[in-house]
Ligand binder design. Structure first.
Ligand code: R5P
Length: 311
């Protein structure tokens, strides 16, 4: 079976780099936007092809999700034998439960829509919650960029350093970094006030006189990082903190907010295009090798185990 890489409008650079690494013949997929906002993706005939649709669903999340669903349907109708949605950043993953009466479970709705659009399988990278798999009726492969990011963090692995999880949800992720860097883990007790405001209430662990490496699945508005840094400084941690997150959304004033903090390095991956992020000590680790290797193994029916996020 031949392989093809299709892509959405928000991930063209990433998809092209993955295709080039795989030696594939470029990427397929065009998206036309109608004056009323409707999207119409199109692909060439893909009869009998094993198609991987590479499409992160970063901002504007709703447009990118609809575009992904339509692209998958287009691939199916173009005769694809198998369609794998490769969605490095999966929007709505944070809405994995209701926090109050009358709310939706956004992650479940997106999972159902992806399954019914015709995708045979989903590949995501460090989604907010690994248990999210249970919301999907199709197989889900959760890759991890932790080991690639940890390689860039090795110079931080000093005896006086700690890995900091900015909330309990990030504790397992922090343990994975801690294990790879040989550092202890400290966890922040955080509560979310709104989509752009959080409160760090206290710490489980010791940070006085220590260098902190704050790790998270994503930076959105930067509010979580800002309140974590504030708490760490108040508890005696050293300034010049390092932040590592798989997905850099940088929305809602994040760049200004983070630029005011005593951060020495901010590490993210290229799961999302980062054209407007200036003024931060930003370093980008590419997930192109990870995605290309996962696609190669899936296409050839080889085990993925070594690339997967560990629970
Ligand atoms: C939430 O639980 C996530 O793991 C991140 O900590 C959060 O989504 C980051 O968002 P923001 O940058 O807006 O605080």
């Amino acid at each position: 079976m031949n392989l093809a890489i299709a892509c959405g409008s928000g991930s063209r650079r990433l998809a092209s780099a993955v295709a080039a690494r795989l030696g594939a013949n470029g990427v397929v997929g065009e998206v036309e936007r109608f004056p009323d906002g409707e999207l119409r993706p199109s692909v060439p005939e893909l009869r009998g092809v094993d198609v991987f649709v590479v499409a992160s669903t970063g901002p504007p999340a709703n447009d990118h999700i609809v575009e992904l669903l339509l692209l998958i349907d287009a691939c199916r109708r173009a005769g694809a034998d198998r369609v794998t949605a490769v969605v490095p950043y999966l929007a709505y993953a944070r809405q994995d439960r209701r926090n109050g009466v009358g709310q939706a479970i956004g992650a479940r709705v997106v999972a159902t829509a992806l399954g019914s659009s015709g995708a045979d399988r989903l590949v995501a990278v460090d989604p907010h919650n690994l248990a999210l798999e249970a919301a999907f009726g199709i197989p889900v492969e959760m890759l991890s960029a932790v080991s690639a990011l940890s390689d860039s963090l090795l110079p931080e692995a000093a005896p006086d350093a700690v890995v900091v999880a900015p909330d309990f949800g990030a504790a397992k992720l922090a343990e994975r970094y801690g294990a790879l860097l040989g550092l202890p883990v400290v966890v922040v007790r955080k509560s979310r006030v709104s989509g752009s405001s959080v409160r760090a209430k206290g710490l489980v662990g010791e940070v006085e006189g220590r260098h902190a490496v704050i790790v998270d699945d994503m930076i959105s508005t930067g509010a979580t990082i800002a309140s974590t840094v504030e708490l760490l400084l108040a508890d005696g941690a050293l300034p010049g903190m390092v932040v590592a997150a798989t997905h850099g959304l940088f929305v809602g004033g994040a760049v200004t907010r983070l630029a005011e903090l005593p951060l020495r390095r901010v590490l993210v991956t290229d799961s999302l295009e980062l054209s407007e992020v200036v003024g931060l000590p930003l370093e980008v680790t590419s997930i192109v090798p990870l995605l290309a290797e996962a696609i190669r193994r899936l296409h050839q029916g080889e085990p993925l185990e070594a690339l997967l996020a560990k629970t």
